[in-house]
Ligand binder design. Sequence first.
Ligand SMILES: NC(=O)c1ccc[n+]([C@@H]2O[C@H](COP(=O)([O-])OP(=O)(O)OC[C@H]3O[C@@H](n4cnc5c(N)ncnc54)[C@H](OP(=O)(O)O)[C@@H]3O)[C@@H](O)[C@H]2O)c1
Length: 213
Amino acid sequence: MAKPANVDWHETSGMGVGAIMALQGMRDHGKVEAGQRVLINGAAGGVGIPAVQIAKWMGAEVTAVCSTRNVELIRSLGADHVVDYTQSDFAETDTTYDVFFDNQANRPPRVCKRLLVDGGTYLVVGGAATSRMFGPLPAMLRALTSFKVGGRRGATFIAEDKAEDLEILGDLMRWGDLRAFIDSVHPLDGVVEAIDLLGTGHARGKIMIDPRA
Ligand SMILES: NC(=O)c1ccc[n+]([C@@H]2O[C@H](COP(=O)([O-])OP(=O)(O)OC[C@H]3O[C@@H](n4cnc5c(N)ncnc54)[C@H](OP(=O)(O)O)[C@@H]3O)[C@@H](O)[C@H]2O)c1
């Protein structure tokens, strides 16, 4: 896509796979409709930050889960409710959601199921890398197994590179409906530190490598 004139290079390249997966998750797999309630677990990372904004753009009522230091950032992106997971458990609620967009996979399937309206969708797109070889896949598959029966649907997917989706993201950035948040920018010889930072599981938005840095 052409870089939106109002957005810098880091923010533009920071959209990448995280925003594509947020768009495809909310639109194609969650089939989010205006007025629906959407829960986003892991709202402050490379996937979560665009997910909050795209769900809001689609007219959903968004509940987002992050830690204390990110609460204000996530609220500023438009989340209607922010749950600080260091203070309370987002699963301890009577509220049910139409779509539960989960990139942490840190709750047992029975809990994920209870959080959904009848006919709701549990969309698990990531999780802690519990397996050296398969990363978060085992945790994601475990989370999906209980959704074989009942009215609630479980799903996962891998983001697909599609030029038309990049065009949509470009337009959203142009209109000011979508912005990336850059955690930090590292030079080429800082790749190891950047990967280590990502590995903490607490990146705030995107970590960039820029040979010019
Ligand atoms: N299926 C696909 O196509 C696809 C594409 C891209 C990514 N993914 C997967 O999606 C997941 C997220 O990716 P990402 O790039 O957003 O990762 P990331 O940037 O590393 O996400 C880190 C974020 O997770 C939050 N977090 C950590 N522990 C948490 C907890 N207990 N509860 C809630 N939030 C917590 C952190 O927020 P705090 O600092 O506030 O804790 C941090 O902002 C990864 O597993 C990745 O592999 C899948």
